[in-house]
Design a protein around this ligand. Structure first.
Ligand SMILES: *Cc1c(COP(=O)(O)O)cnc(C)c1O
Length: 365
């Protein structure tokens, strides 16, 4: 069986360092914040070419805190994409604001920047682009619109560690970017974790307060906050893994290029990397599968796992029935959700496995 993602091979390759880091944290019995978290925050912010990193319990928590720190609250609207994981919009709703969807660009699967302005109202407070599958959204256009209408740009970078836009790392470009360290992400902890990355000192200070009960000193609470901290154990693990992230990213990109070559003549659309961008292939997603269910079934029968990210766009989810959307409202996102397929992608994938996946797929089509 060739899985979508294999976390075990990676652990086996770096086991000694990981085990030593875990032992160190447990030996010090320093589990909450402290040096381990601080050191990883500094290292990851630097990796993103940004000033500040604030570890959080997840990316969902990071997005919520980033929106709060940007002053987004009840009655406000936040513009985002319907083709993403629900965490993106949960964060918007959980600060009391309303998600406003804008359709995707079918070439990149990211928010269609030409449709953003039409969705702006007096209540719009922020734009929340998602760098889907690891490819940066069109940040120049988004930042230009944000400047014109005085909006904040909060990026969902859960799938985009080490992604670049016009030579700059994601995390250093918009007002604030939020990363996930969920185990299967490009940089994954051994449990949940996330980070807010920003160059804005005020956002950084506010998020730092909010993630830890609004306190600077142990029992002095400047505001009410949350218990949204990154665990020291995860920080120590992530610090070990961070030193491999560049090489793992290069491997993902190589795998994607090999898939592209092998599938060049197949009747599917392969991912398009935008010029000036660096796609980090959290997921390798093909498109135009008119008969997806059958293809997936045949792949599975031949021992090749596949996935769908995502099968139901958010505007058609039961959770958002109250927003009153109908099928057809965001037709590009809907068509993609019906015809996309994610193939196995992780750094340790071998060329032989990629050949097998590509051949099995071609036979299945
Ligand atoms: C994984 C993911 C999230 C949520 O991250 P958590 O750390 O699990 O909260 C949010 N947005 C996108 C696009 C994701 O892929």
């Amino acid at each position: 069986m060739i899985p979508l993602v294999d976390l075990k091979i990676q652990y086996e390759q770096i086991k000694a360092d990981i085990d030593a880091a875990i032992s160190r944290v447990i030996g010090n019995t320093s589990f909450i914040l402290g040096e381990e978290v601080k050191s990883f925050e500094t290292a990851f912010a630097q990796f993103c070419q940004a000033e500040y990193g604030i570890g959080t319990s997840s990316c969902t928590a990071a997005l919520q805190l980033a929106l709060l720190a940007c002053g987004v609250g009840p009655g406000d609207e936040v513009i985002t994409t319907p083709l993403t994981f629900i965490a993106t919009t949960e964060a918007i709703s959980h600060v009391g604001a309303r998600p406003v969807f804008v359709d995707i660009d079918p070439l990149t699967y990211n928010i269609d920047v030409y449709r953003i302005e039409a969705a702006i109202t007096d209540r719009t407070k922020a734009i929340l682009p998602v760098h889907l599958y690891g490819q940066p959204a069109e940040l120049d256009a988004i930042l230009e619109i944000a400047k014109k209408y005085h909006l904040k740009v909060v990026e969902d970078a859960a799938q985009a560690h080490a992604a670049e836009y016009k030579g700059r790392r994601v995390g250093s470009i918009g007002d604030v970017a939020c990363f996930s360290f969920y185990p299967g992400k490009n940089l994954g902890a051994y449990g949940d974790g996330g980070m807010v990355v920003t160059n804005d000192v005020e956002i950084a200070e506010q998020v730092r307060l909010l993630r830890n009960h609004g306190r600077r000193e142990k029992y002095e609470h400047l505001i009410e906050g949350f218990s949204y901290r990154l665990d020291a154990l995860h920080a120590a693990i992530l610090n070990v893994k961070l030193s491999y992230l560049e090489q793992w990213t290069a491997a993902r990109r190589q795998h994607a290029h090999l898939y592209n070559d092998l599938l060049a003549e197949a009747p599917v659309a392969t991912p398009q990397e935008m010029t000036g961008g660096r796609h980090v292939y959290h997921l390798y997603v093909i498109n135009n599968l008119k008969n997806r269910a059958a293809v997936q079934q045949k792949l599975k029968a031949q021992g090749v796992a596949s996935g769908i990210h995502y099968p139901i766009p958010l505007h058609l989810q039961p959770a958002y029935a109250h927003l009153g959307h109908q099928p057809g409202d965001f037709s590009q996102a809907e068509t993609a959700s019906q015809q996309i397929l994610s193939l196995p992608m992780f750094p340790e994938l071998t060329d032989k496995q990629i050949h097998t996946v590509a051949q099995t797929l071609k036979d299945s089509l």
